[in-house]
Design a protein around this ligand. Structure first.
Ligand SMILES: Cc1cc2nc3c(=O)[nH]c(=O)nc-3n(C[C@H](O)[C@H](O)[C@H](O)COP(=O)(O)OP(=O)(O)OC[C@H]3O[C@@H](n4cnc5c(N)ncnc54)[C@H](O)[C@@H]3O)c2cc1C
Length: 346
């Protein structure tokens, strides 16, 4: 993966990209389709870039965080010494103030003070006034308002997501109408119905992951056994009981009848419906990274490929871009020979 040619994969389907690379239709139908269905809830009409990311995700040796991914966010907040206001942002509006500016942002980006205040404010000040962004939000303790110099939006601004209003911008700040794909994750603690999958007895059921090909009659996209990050040796009793935790991805919430088809018996069911990732339809147009003078948008990158690593790359790019723009270091932005220089540095 990589190189100029790889970027063109955004404008073709993974089906076309794999055919062009010489893979057979049978390989695509039996191996590639199931990988796309489990990772993105869609078939091989998704763009070739996200398709390749999806195939990379089928490899073994992926990492999981003991205690949950949330710990990564907690660690980052701690390391950044950020002040977190836990709430829902409802609107962003530009405000002109005559006060002396304070450097703040939603993510509390703490830029080193290597230029003086006059230079810093030149980006957004006129005479004795300064233009800031007013963020309105709601917390458990009620509504709140704060002023910021920089705003980074880190949630999709698509239909039914984000729900942030950009008030009074001319031209208006666009939100995006293209839809996100629904995926329902159902976790079941139970005994799988081995006969449904063609096996005589649950204790002889050898599979821990079942992926699916394209078939309109199927009501699930995948079902897999969930194992702890640190595997605990299975006792003979639990092996014999055939009880496991299973994770099912489906397009819709499963009804009882469907659960009874999949499981011989079960005692716990947890359901979570997600608007999970973009509904891809190449050629893909990626939303802008900069929505306004100092409003940046991370989640556009999901239209190339939605994955945690992609969001981390997007976040790093926005941190660098906003830093360089804030300090007027234009020569550090879009450096033509950067990739070459980094190679020689390494
Ligand atoms: C079922 C499922 C399985 C997935 N599996 C994988 C996988 O195996 N590997 C992988 O790499 N990726 C996977 N992904 C994709 C991955 O979860 C996303 O790429 C990643 O979460 C995107 O990160 P993010 O921070 O940009 O957005 P999100 O994780 O969506 O975070 C956005 C945050 O913003 C908050 N928010 C929304 N609106 C507001 C508002 N108005 N005010 C304040 N806060 C707001 C939301 O509550 C949320 O906490 C999966 C996604 C789903 C749904």
């Amino acid at each position: 993966m990589g190189g100029d040619d790889f970027i063109s994969k955004l404008n073709m389907t993974i089906d076309e990209a794999m055919q062009k690379a010489g893979f057979t239709q049978r390989f695509i139908d039996d191996i590639v389709v199931p990988a796309m269905r489990v990772n993105y809830g869609q078939g091989v009409k998704i763009n070739g870039f996200v398709g390749a990311v999806s195939l990379a995700g089928t490899d073994s040796g992926l990492w999981a965080v003991a205690g949950g991914n949330k710990l990564v966010c907690n660690g980052l907040l701690y390391a950044a010494k950020a002040q977190l206001i836990q709430g829902t942002v409802t609107s962003v509006q530009e405000k002109v103030r005559s006060t002396k500016p304070v450097v703040l942002s939603i993510m509390s980006v703490d830029f080193p003070n290597d230029r003086d205040e006059t230079e810093k404010t030149s980006l957004r000040s006129e005479g004795n006034t300064v233009t800031l962004y007013e963020i309105s939000y709601i917390t458990d303790r009620g509504p709140g308002l704060d002023l910021y110099d920089l705003v980074v939006i880190a949630t999709p601004l698509n239909k039914n997501l984000g729900n942030i209003k950009f008030v009074g911008f001319d031209p208006p700040i666009e939100t995006f109408s293209k839809p996100y794909q629904q995926t329902v994750a159902t976790f079941v603690h139970g005994r799988i119905n081995a006969s449904f999958f063609g096996y005589a007895k649950p204790c002889q059921f050898p599979l821990s992951e079942i992926l699916t090909t394209e078939n309109p009659k199927l009501f699930i996209r995948s079902i897999s056994a969930v194992s702890p990050v640190n595997p605990v040796p299975e006792s003979d009793a639990s092996k014999d009981s055939g009880l496991r935790v299973w994770k099912i991805f489906s397009p819709e919430v499963l009804i009882d009848e469907q659960l009874h088809q999949l499981f011989e018996s079960y005692d716990t069911v947890k359901v979570k419906t997600w608007l999970a990732y973009p509904r891809y339809n190449p050629p893909e147009k990626i939303p802008p990274i900069k929505l306004h003078r100092a409003i940046y948008y991370l989640n556009g990158i999901e239209w190339a490929a939605s994955a945690m690593e992609m969001s981390a790359i997007s976040a790093k790019n926005v941190a660098l871009l906003s830093y360089h723009q804030w300090y007027g270091k234009d020569d550090h932005i879009d450096q033509e020979d950067l990739a070459e220089r980094l190679k020689t540095e390494l």
